[in-house]
Design a protein around this ligand. Structure first.
Ligand code: NAP
Length: 464
């Protein structure tokens, strides 16, 4: 059903937060009524609003996440409360604003520093807020201690409520039955044909993505799905030319097989040694690789400029090759970790100045994660329908605080790797960015027109 105004999506996290907030109100309203001035209002301070804030911060999609977020908040209030309260020992000296202001700044810096030292970046906010409230609103006196105690108690109770709600309610609503996606394209006698070839190819999302974009842009094209058996690319090319195809995308296992069969290759196809896009113009075939450029665009969306950046890539298969060689060409320093180390070494031999090979043991991964700005998973570990999963995620603890973790997998939207990264407070991105950008670039080649990727992302988010 279409609504005149866009409505927010209500997922289980929203439902859980709402339940937690209502419980907080129910539990804390009586305390609010027991406000007693002589106790610094501590009972009143344990009011519903603050407990709700604790709950909202604590209510995440899983129990583990809730617990970690709650503990981080608790650490923040303990650190901030202890530092702020200890500062009160300076007594009347704090009356002087020339003393109070720099002391407060130093206390906040100390709180942030302590939280970062124990790898709890999400605790930093509370570690600053607590001393600020304690020091700004008063100088000495028992009420300030009560304030700090109140924050700690409310966090513990908020965390307990959030853990209870998370344990009682499921993480996700049952998946709605996926309706058959509408891929209607208006056909005319002039409509030009495009397709994706592969073996197998039935699972490909390319027809849905490309037909959605074709329709949104009002282009006179149709995009089909064509199975081409391994080893038969030569026959397919003749067939595609005869049938008047404007071009096609290639997936496994044809990306490399096509290379010697095409009339011309672009720089990226030559660099990566694989094509994913072929255009047919006046009987000549032109091969492109949009995976590498699509990845750099997806990285740019996350605000990462590759030149001089330290990147760790997990995997050395086809996707990793496109990612690594484009990153290296753009000036990044890339460490490639792969289970079969010889494959990582073969990949790094293309550009030894920028690429370094490593193995895939937990020690290798931790060493590679240390000091990297971006970590990219190009293995199939965690992909929907495959049994493989990372043996352990302790290597994520070695990541610097500002590191971004990208998983090329887009189904599921949040892999276990991204969930574990999220828990540790790092930024994450899944493979949807690459999927959309490489498709937009391919359609630009087919139609020789510029396409706005932002608009396409919006359109595709409705169907993917
Ligand atoms: P591929 O050529 O088959 O490479 C698979 C990689 O995963 C290899 O490096 C392999 O290591 C590693 N691997 C597999 N099982 C493993 C395990 N149990 N432990 C450790 N490593 C393991 O596949 P690909 O084409 O590069 O694709 C890789 C992933 O990227 C897939 O999940 C795919 O869906 C995703 N992808 C996404 C997009 C997108 O648009 N978002 C585009 C392309 C690919 P070995 O060399 O040791 O076997």
């Amino acid at each position: 059903m279409r609504y005149p105004v866009p409505l927010p999506r209500i997922g289980m996290r929203v439902v859980k937060t709402a339940v937690s907030v209502m419980l907080s109100y129910a539990l804390f309203v009586p305390f609010g009524l027991l406000y007693r001035e002589e106790l610094g209002g501590v009972l009143g301070q344990l009011g519903p609003l603050y407990a709700c804030i604790a709950c909202i911060i604590c209510t995440q999609s899983t129990l583990g996440q809730t617990f970690q977020q709650g503990i981080s908040r608790l650490i923040g209030v303990v650190v901030g409360g202890a530092l702020g309260t200890a500062t009160l020992l300076l007594g009347p000296a704090l009356d002087n604003p020339w003393v109070k202001v720099p002391v407060l700044g130093a206390v906040c810096v100390a709180g942030v520093w302590l939280c970062l030292l124990i790898k709890r970046p999400t605790a930093c906010g509370m570690a600053c807020i607590l001393p600020c409230v304690i020091l700004i609103t008063g100088v000495t006196g028992v009420t300030r201690y009560y304030y700090a105690a109140a924050r700690i108690i409310e966090t513990i109770v908020g965390l307990l409520i959030a853990l209870g709600v998370n344990a009682a309610l499921p993480d996700h609503r049952p998946e709605p039955k996926r309706e058959v996606k509408d891929m209607q394209v208006e056909l005319k006698n002039t409509t030009r044909k495009l397709c994706v070839i592969g073996d197998p190819v039935g699972h490909s999302k390319s027809p849905l993505i490309q037909n959605t974009m074709i329709r949104a842009l009002g282009l006179d094209y149709i995009y089909l799905c064509q199975s081409v058996p391994r080893g038969q690319c030569r026959e397919w090319l003749e067939c595609a030319k005869f049938a008047g195809y404007a071009g096609f995308n290639a997936t496994m296992p044809h990306k490399e097989e096509l290379i010697p069969l095409l009339d011309e290759l672009d720089e990226d196809a030559r660099l990566i040694g694989a094509v994913n896009t072929v255009c047919i113009r006046d009987g000549r075939t032109y091969g492109y690789n949009t995976d590498g450029a699509g990845f750099l665009r997806a990285l740019a969306d996350e605000g990462v400029e590759p030149a001089g950046t330290a990147v760790t890539v997990l995997g050395a298969g086809g996707a990793a090759k496109a990612v690594c060689l484009k990153l290296a060409r753009a000036g990044a320093r890339v460490t490639v970790c792969n289970r079969s180390r010889e494959k990582a070494e073969a990949l790094c031999a293309h550009d030894p100045e920028h690429l370094t090979a490593m193995g895939f043991t937990p020690e290798d991964l931790a060493a590679a994660a240390q000091g990297c700005r971006v970590l990219v998973n190009c293995t199939s570990l965690g992909m929907e329908g495959t049994a493989g999963q990372f043996a352990d995620f302790s290597f994520l603890d070695a990541l610097p605080r500002e590191a971004l973790v990208v998983d090329l997998i887009y189904a599921p939207a949040q892999t276990e790797l991204l969930r574990q990264t999220d828990l540790r407070g790092h930024r994450t991105a899944n493979g949807m960015g690459l999927l959309v950008h490489q498709a937009v670039l391919a359609l630009e080649h087919f139609t020789q027109t510029r396409i706005d990727p932002e608009e396409m992302k919006e359109r595709l988010s409705e169907v993917l």
